[in-house]
Design a protein around this ligand. Structure first.
Ligand SMILES: C[S@@+](CC[C@H](N)C(=O)[O-])C[C@H]1O[C@@H](n2cnc3c(N)ncnc32)[C@H](O)[C@@H]1O
Length: 453
């Protein structure tokens, strides 16, 4: 036994000896003491001859960490073992928390080495095909230490963003409704027939695989030793295999074929970061009758991004009749003042729940008070939390629209104002005022003016 203690944080993989890493084996072999949950100790029992073994119950997680620390303080080499990867819903985090609270630092006498292992989601995926070949996330449904609203928000975000989802700790004897609730949330975004794999005890004696669909998921047998893999909108089931495409269909006619028009091998897609906005402009030219909101929905992008796609176009590029100009950040408040001069305005506000309000307002309805922009008259009170407004654009469309749009930091619309026509037309006076605003408030116009001066 050396005088300097050492803690190995060992993830030994799903459970079979073939899937344990060489380093995990070595770490256990080098240790004087092996600590773990009794089921995990059972899974590595062949490696424990001559070792001091400390078995703990499921709820004694912190005890395991404290025990590891106390043994290491005595100069022993300790292996704290856990299934899968010890850093994934495992003991690595709590052990570091206990160590740091005890005043330990990486320079201290006790060395800590983490040995990574194959986590359940990879092990389970390998048994059902290739469900994780595209962006995925893992979510634990255990609400023992995490509030349910936080878990629900993560499931919602995963559903909204089309991630493949791996659910750890999906169900236990007491926690039976969490999986039903997860299913309900995901069905708001995914088709009922979305492929789902429920894998129990991967690479252990009682291994069991059930292939099903999202609408039927919660009717199946799911337990503490199951991981649930839920496909994204492109995942398919074929020949009993669950496959999530890598995305080749976006670039190639078929997986071994020629690139599609406009795409190049080894280069970002035309819908990649640099060029997707030019695709938006092309779309606007081809579908000029679509509203900007339709376009935002089509591209699954916030409205502010669509407006900036219009505004960033070179002068000679058309965008279905639309033009947009970003308002200089220090002139956003001024944009309200200027808008008051446009006569009757229509304000459009969309509530998160889906309701849309259209308010007809006059210049004297505006009032800026502290953090609030209040638009009030005898028919309505409309309050905008002004710090939420972080960017604004002038947006116009030939003879159809003269507007100002206000966005939040996520580039979502807070509200927009548009000039109301009189007798079917914009008055010459208002058009002149709007053109004047274009030259005075717009970033590009200001920059161009500065260059010319
Ligand atoms: C506390 S977490 C531990 C995760 C582990 N550290 C890992 O990286 O796989 C326990 C959950 O992991 C999943 N799990 C662990 N081993 C598994 C296996 N062999 N087969 C299927 N799921 C497993 C189950 O969802 C289980 O409820």
């Amino acid at each position: 036994m050396s005088n300097k203690g050492k803690i190995f944080l060992v993830g030994f993989g799903p459970g079979s000896k073939e899937h344990m890493t060489q380093r995990a084996r070595e770490a256990i072999a080098e240790s004087d003491v092996v600590i773990g949950y009794s089921t995990y100790i059972q899974l590595v029992k062949e490696l424990l001859d001559g070792k001091e073994v400390v078995r703990k119950g499921m709820t004694e997680e912190i005890d395991r960490c404290v025990e590891a620390y106390e043994q290491a303080v005595q100069g022993k080499t300790v292996a704290l073992v856990s299934s899968g990867d010890i850093g994934v819903y495992g003991m690595a985090g709590p052990t570091y928390e206990v160590l740091l609270q005890s005043g330990w630092t990486p320079q201290s006498d006790i060395e800590v080495e983490t040995v990574p292992g194959t986590t359940a989601l990879s092990a389970c995926a390998s048994l059902v095909g290739a469900p994780l070949t595209h962006d995925f996330c893992s979510i634990s449904l255990s609400d023992l230490l995490t509030p349910w609203p936080t878990i629900a928000k993560r499931i919602d975000a995963a559903g909204r963003s089309d991630f493949v989802v791996a659910l750890y700790n999906p169900k236990s004897g007491r926690r039976t409704q969490q999986i039903v609730e997860a299913q309900r949330i995901l069905l708001q975004y995914r088709k009922a027939e979305t492929p789902v794999a429920i894998v129990k005890s991967a690479y252990r004696d009682m291994q069991d695989v059930q292939m099903t669909t999202l609408d039927k998921m919660s009717e199946h047998k799911i337990g503490m030793l199951s991981t649930v893999l839920i496909g994204n909108s492109s995942t398919f089931m074929q020949e009993g295999l669950m496959i999530t495409p890598r995305g080749y269909a976006n670039k190639y006619d078929n997986i071994t074929g020629e690139t599609k028009d406009g795409e190049k091998a080894g280069r970002s897609l035309t819908m990649g970061l640099i060029s997707w906005k030019s695709v938006v402009r092309e779309y606007l030219n081809n579908e000029p009758h679509h509203s900007l909101r339709d376009v935002a929905r089509f591209f699954n992008a916030p409205m502010g991004e669509i407006v900036s796609a219009i505004g960033e176009a070179d002068a000679d590029v058309t965008t279905g009749g639309y033009k947009a100009l970003a308002i200089a950040p220090d002139k956003i408040e001024q944009a309200i003042e200027v808008s008051k001069g446009f006569g009757k305005l229509r304000a459009v506000v969309r509530a998160e729940g889906g309701a849309i309000s259209e308010l007809m307002i006059n210049s004297n309805d505006f009032e800026q008070r502290g953090d609030w922009l209040n638009i009030e008259n005898e028919h309505f009170h409309f309050h905008v939390n002004w710090p939420q407004v972080t960017s604004a654009w002038l947006v116009r469309h030939d003879s159809k629209l003269l507007g100002v749009q206000f966005f939040n930091p996520q580039n979502e619309t807070v509200f927009n104002l548009s000039v109301v026509k009189q007798d079917g037309e914009f008055s010459q006076d208002v058009v002149e005022k709007y053109n004047h605003a274009w030259n005075e408030l717009g970033i590009r116009a200001i920059q161009e003016k500065a260059v010319n001066e």
